[in-house]
Design a binder for this molecule. Structure first.
Ligand SMILES: [Zn+2]
Length: 337
């Protein structure tokens, strides 16, 4: 049954996201050393990172302060900070959508001023989405309930600062997204993973026309890859994952050995995207479609320090597949600033 398959995969996608979050949470020793946080700047000579710590920029309405992100624009004035109000309202029997639309009886916003009730904020945002997006485009959303036909499959980092829907404006139904640490694509030979399960479904069942691998600046996962010993520490889930990017690390060390460690990391952030594009072609059902021109694979790089986005497309040539010099042919290289 295709509908139940789609539902199962939606759940799968959700659980993948959750399981990846869990990886970060469940590895306190590595996290405290900072593979995924801006606090890398404390022992770093990177000018980009120093700029963040010395002069906190505003990133999409949030202010960075002492390594923490302080919500500044998403909270409204205080009316109530009582979570029990929410519980009572939430237990009410939900109205049908049509009835809600007709009576315009969407629940009013509950406000908070101390941030202690995160779910009050979440509820307010959800109801705002429902009122301003869902209900105003009811037909579109109800069609989406029947199925999806996204044009894009996106692989991006799990980092909380680089949500592709936020920075690239993907609306529900437009992009099938899998996020993992350091936006890596393992090769076909490495066997099953959440990422290639998502690739298989999006390419073979949804028949997406584009795969976009999005990397980003100050990537803690790439820093972890560049920092690790040649031997993977068996107890580290993070190392066992980021070692997927071993080739990118090798090419970076070969090409950028004279640069500072921070610059090497930045080099590797982009190098790993190109390795991932080549790894995509190790899947026979991807290579076949790329070869026939019905699927394109693209790289993207989001620099959130300067807020720029670089995009390029793999220029498929069979000769390049066995590339020997660490370079791949690309086309349509664009830089948005
Ligand atoms: Zn990252």
């Amino acid at each position: 049954n295709p509908i139940s398959l789609l539902s199962s995969l939606s759940l799968l996608s959700l659980s993948l996201s959750l399981s990846l979050s869990s990886i970060a949470i469940l590895a306190p020793t590595s996290v405290s050393k900072d593979p995924l946080s801006l606090r890398t700047s404390s022992n770093s000579s990177s000018s980009d990172l120093q700029r963040i710590s010395l002069n906190p920029p505003r990133i999409f309405g949030s202010k960075l302060k002492s390594g923490k992100i302080e919500q500044t624009q998403l909270r409204l004035l205080t009316a109530s900070n009582n979570c029990s109000d929410l519980t009572a309202k939430a237990s009410r029997k939900p109205l049908g959508l049509t009835e809600e639309l007709k009576n315009n009886k969407l629940e009013s916003v509950v406000e908070t001023d101390d941030g202690s009730c995160l779910f009050e904020d979440m509820k307010r945002r959800f109801l705002s989405f429902k009122k301003h997006k869902y209900m105003e485009n009811l037909e579109h959303y109800q069609n989406l309930a029947k199925g999806q036909a996204p044009k894009f499959m996106v692989i991006s980092c799990a980092d909380s600062r680089v949500c592709p829907s936020t920075i690239l404006g993907f609306q529900p139904g437009e992009a099938f997204i899998v996020r993992n640490i350091a936006n890596l694509v393992p090769s076909f030979e490495r066997g099953p993973s959440e990422t290639n399960a998502a690739l298989e479904f999006s390419v073979n069942a949804l028949e997406v026309e584009n795969i976009l691998v999005v990397g980003h600046s100050c990537c803690g996962g790439i820093r972890a890859l560049m920092s690790m010993d040649d031997e993977v520490e068996k107890s580290s889930f993070i190392q066992n994952w980021v070692v997927v990017g071993r080739d990118a690390r090798l090419w970076t060390k070969a090409a950028a050995s004279k640069l500072s460690f921070d610059q090497q990391c930045k080099h590797c952030e982009k190098e790993s995207i190109n390795r991932s594009l080549l790894n995509l072609l190790t899947y026979p059902w991807i290579e076949e479609k790329v070869k026939n021109g019905i699927l394109s694979v693209h790289g993207g790089y989001y620099d959130f320090v300067d807020c720029t986005f670089e995009k390029w497309t793999l220029d498929y040539k069979e000769d390049n597949l066995k590339e020997k010099h660490g370079r791949i042919s690309v086309k349509n290289h664009l830089f948005w600033s």
